[in-house]
Write a protein that binds this ligand. Structure first.
Ligand code: HEM
Length: 371
């Protein structure tokens, strides 16, 4: 299995048998920390928060397609319907912002508290999975009526693509292992680092991207990734090399195999995010992901409705053209933060409306499916 992976990924793949089980004690800073680079990384991340937030939600779509990646998420049930996904990803985004804005080594800061919570959540999930009987696990990880419709068209598109590995690599069956954790770490910034111009990062230098990669090397360490499995620890060039290899050998081949569970969880994420970022829909995200990854989308294009195609085109114009206008970056940051704030501090009326909208989405979807 390892042999067919590109050489640069093989040492990371060895982590498939080692669990990321964070200890209770809050970790000390890593010995290889470069404090100036870390601060530069945090400043760059704050300056391009809208782009990184967009990169994160796009990346979830490919992360969910990796074989064996979804079971822990479906098992906890925290993101397998539109409204729970909305809560889950608002919470994730606000934790990630805190890692860009405050001291990640101080356990009493917002960032420190969020790191400790995520470490605890990961421990808790592993313990629950360990204690689950096979029957309970099978029952809990089955989605009864998945919202799925367009996966076969994505497959048709990717079947036509040359140069992809035939075999799609799994994240492994050991929950939260180091290989899976490293791929997740990559996903938080990978596409923004590899294709900054497509994700609205117009103004950047190599040193900025180097700093962003260092920030995530430190965050990966603080989450519990061992140095030998840390995707970001060897700097920008290695990170890019690994990213390109992952695209060819895992990301696109796994998307080609995307099944009903993949589509369901991705739809929940897209629709949930759309509740506080109205320009986002699952379909527009999927088209944007294909654009960023430079993959064909003729068959998808033919089955996706104009509303989603227009939203995709608007996102593209915003992130590749409008972003260069004076003040645009600040405006997008403001909008993203505002959406997040509204969702975080939502009053019961707003939440009730969001819940109803989430229901309507599911009803609409059922109707479309049976037409
Ligand atoms: C660098 C790697 C990772 C980072 C930065 C990360 C980040 C996070 C964050 C921010 C949360 C909090 C979500 C919330 O507030 O509701 C969380 C929870 C969680 N994470 Fe991770 N994670 C990583 C790796 C993984 C991996 C590899 C898995 C395996 C599936 C995983 C599964 C979970 C689960 C199950 C939860 C609990 C919430 C839920 O049930 O959805 N994480 N993680």
């Amino acid at each position: 299995m390892t042999v067919s992976l590109p050489k640069c990924l093989q040492p990371l793949y060895e982590g498939i048998n080692t669990q990321t089980y964070p200890e209770k004690d809050f970790p000390k800073p890593p010995p290889w920390l470069d404090p100036l680079l870390l601060t530069r990384g945090q400043n760059f991340a704050k300056e391009h928060f809208y782009a990184l937030a967009y990169c994160d939600i796009l990346s979830l779509i490919f992360l969910f397609s990796f074989k064996d990646s979804l079971d822990p998420l479906i098992f906890t049930g925290n993101s397998s319907c539109v409204f729970s996904a909305f809560n889950r990803y608002v919470s994730t985004a606000s934790r990630v912002v805190s890692w860009y804005e405050s001291d990640i080594f101080d356990p009493t800061s917002k960032a420190g508290k969020n790191l400790a919570s995520v470490r605890q959540m990961h421990r808790h999930v592993i313990d629950r999975l360990k204690n689950a009987q096979a029957k309970e696990f099978a029952e809990r990880t089955k989605i009864e009526r998945p919202m799925a419709r367009i996966a076969p068209f994505l497959k048709k598109d990717l079947d036509q693509m040359k140069g992809l590995d035939k075999q799609a690599h799994s994240v492994g069956t050991l929950p939260l292992n180091q290989w899976h954790s490293g791929i997740t770490q990559f996903a938080f910034i990978g596409m923004a680092v590899m294709y900054p111009e497509k994700l609205g990062i117009g103004s950047h230098t190599e040193a900025d991207l180097e700093a962003l990669v260092h920030l995530w090397a430190v965050l990966g360490y603080m989450i519990g990734i061992e140095d030998k499995y840390n995707w970001c620890i060897d700097g920008l060039q290695k990170f890019r090399e690994r990213g390109l290899a992952l695209r060819r050998s895992c990301i696109l081949p796994n998307l080609r195999n995307g099944d009903a569970s993949w589509e369901h969880m991705s739809r929940c994420m897209g629709r949930g995010t759309g509740l506080y970022m109205p320009s986002v829909t699952f379909e527009s995200l999927l088209l944007y992901l294909m654009f960023v990854l430079n993959a064909p989308m003729n068959n998808l294009w033919a089955v996706i409705s104009w509303r989603h195609k227009i939203l995709y085109c608007i996102s593209k114009i915003m992130l590749t053209i409008v972003i260069y206008l004076p003040g645009a970056k600040e405006f997008f940051n403001h909008l993203t933060r505002m959406g997040l704030k509204v969702a975080q501090n939502a009053n019961p009326d707003w939440l009730q409306r969001a819940k109803e909208k989430a229901m309507i989405y599911e009803e609409n979807f059922k109707r479309v499916k049976h037409d």
